[in-house]
Design a protein around this ligand. Structure first.
Ligand code: ATP
Length: 190
């Protein structure tokens, strides 16, 4: 089974590109959704999070996202430690999900791709910082421009994304479907 990652910064259009692959019948694993689900339901992970961030991380069994966000917002070391708990749990679940699929390839949508471990090909979705800020603010009315810029600052920069990428999708004013079809054709010919 060929595993293909879709990566890119916040608001670049990863989910939009992933949806086009889904329309083509390709299964998509949404790593962020899966992380949210596991944070809510996986007891081992919940225990680790409480140990790291305190009892306030959950209120009446519900994940206290605002509290966690406020804790890690200006503490990149703590954010890294939180990610080190969540990512292995998601990775384990991903491997069993892959085993259940029978298509020529599958897609994994994930904002972070510091290495290509476990992934055969990587698609980088690119959009300018201006477009990403504009689209994110339009989509998420709970975010401020400062918060979006801070997230961008904490994410990989464009050069790092490009260095790892096998395919680049440009989501500026370019059409997405022809770019995705081109990649799909290549992936089914491998
Ligand atoms: P995140 O990292 O925050 O999950 P993402 O990379 O998955 O974001 P999307 O959610 O796909 O990005 O796109 C961000 C927003 O921009 C969405 O509301 C989406 O509908 C919109 N959008 C994406 N591409 C375009 C486009 N080409 N033209 C207009 N709007 C777009």
């Amino acid at each position: 089974m060929i595993k293909v990652g879709i990566t890119g910064g916040i608001g670049s259009g990863k989910s939009t590109v992933a949806r086009i692959f889904e329309v083509l019948g390709i299964p998509v694993f949404h790593a962020d959704d899966e992380a949210k689900r596991l944070i809510k339901n996986d007891n081992k992970l919940k225990t680790g999070i409480v140990k790291l961030l305190g009892e306030e991380a959950y209120v009446n069994g519900e994940y206290n996202r605002n509290y966690v966000a406020s804790k890690v917002f200006n503490d990149s070391d703590l954010l890294h430690r939180l990610n080190s708990l969540v990512h292995p749990a998601v990775a384990m679940h991903f491997e069993s999900w892959v085993k259940s699929k029978t298509t020529p390839y599958i897609i994994k949508e994930a904002a972070i791709a510091k290495s290509k471990s476990g992934i055969d090909h990587l698609i980088y979705v690119h959009a300018s910082r201006e477009k990403r800020v504009e689209r994110t603010l339009k989509r998420d009315n709970f975010r401020t421009i400062e918060a979006v810029l801070k997230i961008i600052e904490n994410q990989q920069n464009e050069a790092d994304f490009r260095a790892l990428a096998d395919f680049v999708v440009v989501n500026e004013s370019d059409l997405l479907i022809p770019q995705v079809l081109e990649i799909h054709k290549k992936l089914i010919s491998f």
